[in-house]
Design a protein around this ligand. Structure first.
Ligand code: SF4
Ligand code: SF4
Length: 169
């Protein structure tokens, strides 16, 4: 079984939309927030690199807190190290973000190198032309009714062609 590893690319944060609202500020780093999905209140600790800009935005928003919800997420911030984004509360992000898995299976070659990822129900993301062809022509058509049976059948097809299925825990 593969261990899911989040690369903090931020793509799921964009697609999920504004889920997190700030309920109360404790100091310039700590807040109480609410998650709109389960309505849970949770404490967050802002990464020191983003403490000032988030505290400034919070102060500028005043009573108009909704103005901080316009981005995909209040805590999604530009990553200074590349062109992407990062989560400013990664270590204290809510359960809904912590539990999210953007892929459900890794596909490896015999040497263990990762050649592809299965996302959603049965969509593959891969640069390997042979794996893509195999998936589209055989694996994608396997009925998904029972996840354990689906994994077994997919793993069988992949193994016949020299690939290894590695489901995420
Ligand atoms: S869960 Fe996946 S899509 Fe979301 S930030 Fe992590 S790697 Fe990116
Ligand atoms: S709290 Fe972090 S992980 Fe969750 S949606 Fe916002 S930026 Fe993404």
């Amino acid at each position: 079984m593969a261990v899911f590893e989040c690369e903090q690319c931020g793509k799921c944060c964009v697609s999920l939309g504004p889920l997190i609202t700030i309920e109360r500020q404790l100091n310039d780093r700590d807040y109480y927030c609410r998650c709109k999905i389960d309505n849970a209140i949770f404490p967050v600790h802002v990464d020191p690199a983003y403490r000032e800009e988030i505290a400034d935005e919070f102060a500028a928003a005043g009573l108009d807190r909704n103005s901080m919800d316009k981005k995909p997420c209040t805590f999604q911030r530009k990553n200074p190290d590349d062109d992407g984004t990062t989560c400013a509360i990664y270590t204290s992000r809510p359960a809904v973000c912590r539990d999210f898995r953007c892929y459900r299976m890794l596909i490896r070659n015999k040497e263990g190198a990762i050649l592809g990822r299965v996302i959603g129900k049965n969509t593959i993301r891969t640069e390997d032309a042979a794996l893509k062809k195999l998936w589209d022509e055989q694996a994608a058509a396997i009925p998904y009714g029972n996840p354990a049976v689906w994994i077994k059948n997919v793993a069988g097809i992949l193994a016949e062609h020299g690939f290894c299925a590695d489901p995420v825990e």
